[in-house]
Design a binder for this molecule. Structure first.
Ligand code: AMP
Length: 301
């Protein structure tokens, strides 16, 4: 594996691979690797000749009161993990490389960024789309892997890629959980053991709603009420949102009729966590994806 800090060098390696007829897989990250990141690296490794992982804690996607300075950083551990996963290029640019003096361009995706995390974190998705568009421009034609943990981000990036004719295939990968169901996140390291236990209320709320969908519930307000009722059992956890939206447009829906996203965000002490499940229909069956259900209770109605 080589570690590269300039976009020009990354581009050269990617161009060389494509010139030989090879394909490139890209995994954009902010580091502090866990199983979620590793699953994306493995998906890319399984398919591509060259696997590029970018590691950049992007200041533009953090709000002024958010955790940019505290965000966990451990380049040595991340480098070791990337080597283990067979990554070819670890791209670790400095802020000045990605945002040279005088940069004035922001990529904004309308509407999809207005709800859920977009409403609570003003400017967040502009930071995400701007950096991802830049990574796509640096790497060039490739397949890019994103986790469904960040379902709104995935929808926004898909829309951006379509709207800007970017030569990138966007692949969404399954959400990876801890054994007790908590969605893996770099931010889980902020939690004390007690907070860590209380944080499972997010997945418990989603499980309750998913079970209701499998029992035939289609009314979105009834599902929202179930989410809130589960959160009420853990009053120290502050709900940021508990929503049922269309998976592609991220607009709230009244009934689950097509592909839907049940999404929650909540503060456990000062740590903001997000989680979700997606609901789709396979003929007459509702299918729950997001790994919240007990093994064997497989996803049907
Ligand atoms: P981050 O480093 O948090 O910006 O995440 C980098 C990529 O890893 C994004 O595409 C995330 O959606 C993905 N990711 C983070 N956590 C998980 C998880 N628990 N399961 C699957 N993918 C994840």
């Amino acid at each position: 594996m080589i570690t590269i800090s300039t976009g020009a060098e990354v581009r050269a390696v990617c161009d060389e691979t494509r010139a030989r007829g090879g394909t490139v897989g890209l995994v954009p990250t902010m580091g502090s690797f866990h199983e979620g990141h590793r699953s994306l690296m493995r998906a890319a490794r399984a398919t591509h000749d060259l696997v590029v992982v970018s590691l950049f804690v992007n200041p533009k996607q953090f709000g002024p009161a958010e955790d940019l300075d505290a965000y966990p950083r451990d380049l040595d551990a991340d480098t070791a993990i990337a080597i283990t996963e067979g990554v070819d290029v670890l791209f670790t640019p400095e802020v000045a490389e990605m945002y040279p003096d005088g940069a004035r361009t922001t990529v904004h995706v309308a509407e999809l960024t207005e709800g859920l995390c977009g409403a609570r974190r003003p400017g967040h998705f502009d930071g995400v789309t701007t950096i991802v568009a830049k990574l796509f421009a640096i790497v060039g034609p490739c397949t890019a892997y994103f986790g469904r943990k960040d379902a709104q981000q995935l929808a926004v990036i898909r829309r951006m890629t379509l709207d800007l004719n970017l030569p990138v295939e966007v692949v969404g990968c399954p959400l990876v959980r801890e054994p007790d169901g908590l969605a893996m996140s770099s931010r889980n390291t902020y939690l004390s053991p007690d907070e860590r236990a209380r944080a499972t209320v997010l997945v418990r709320a989603l499980r309750t709603a998913a079970d209701a969908v499998l029992s035939g519930e289609r009314d979105a307000d009834a599902l929202r009420a179930l989410l809130r009722a589960t959160f009420a059992t853990e009053p120290s956890v502050r709900v940021d949102y508990a929503e049922v939206v269309d998976v592609a447009t991220i607009r709230p829906i009244a009934r689950i009729e097509g592909d839907a996203l049940i999404a929650v965000a909540a503060f456990v002490a000062n740590t903001r966590l997000i989680d979700n499940v997606t609901i789709s229909f396979d003929g007459f069956r509702a299918v729950v994806d997001g790994g919240v259900l007990a093994a064997g209770s497989s996803e049907e109605h």
